[in-house]
Write a protein that binds this ligand. Sequence first.
Ligand SMILES: [Zn+2]
Ligand SMILES: [Zn+2]
Length: 258
Amino acid sequence: MYLRVLGCSGSIARDKRTTSFLLNQRVLVDAGTGVGDLDLDELLEIDDILLSHSHLDHVLGIALLADSVLQRRLSRERSGPIRVHGLPATLEALRRHIFNNVIWPDFTVLPTRERPIIELVPFEIGQLLQIADLKIEVLPASHTVPACGFAVATAAGWWVYTGDTGPNPALWEALRGRPLAQLVIEAAFSDDDRALAEVSRHLCPSLLIQELSHLDGDTIVAFTHVKPGEMAAVTGQIAAAGLGMPITALQRGDTFEF
Ligand SMILES: [Zn+2]
Ligand SMILES: [Zn+2]
């Protein structure tokens, strides 16, 4: 599996993009502002988008992507709609609050009801999906809105993305005993903002370290979703914990082959 990190920041600033991962050139996991770094030809190749939850920093790219590729994609014989996969509550939020003909046109019925550019496809926690040539499992998450993470089967083990989440015992239960190629886990705030992390159901270094105690010491870990301006504090606080496992900050533009 080829992974390209389009965005992994908790919000925007110069050179920061919000969460989006491109898998095998065809599948997006979350559609934050990082999607905007793809050129038009690359945008045209995206057939499936998996969403971890409904928050704007993870979904706003869908609306603009649909607009960018509509004419060119539908003029190609082989192209059907872009399938947007999410929990039922996530898809309902998109319908009600984005594709509502107020914030944005309803691309689930445009340009025609018979041949729309966007199709919404529900999944459930624990479901095993076959998306393009990828086997993807929907993992539990614990956030302020219904949310999930994903595990993608690769030749090197599972690539796991936690999504936005606070402490999440159900995740560690689901992952127990599995070989992991890489764990991408959120660390949105520094420990100075632990109270904010707790109320917004995110992690900070002290919470992250408790979470990682569920894993083998040789698991390769990358943290993501750090708020702009917090990277030095988060990195320093994680390093100070002396975890004894390989852990680095995910960077926009990183590529991995698993
Ligand atoms: Zn969120
Ligand atoms: Zn987020």
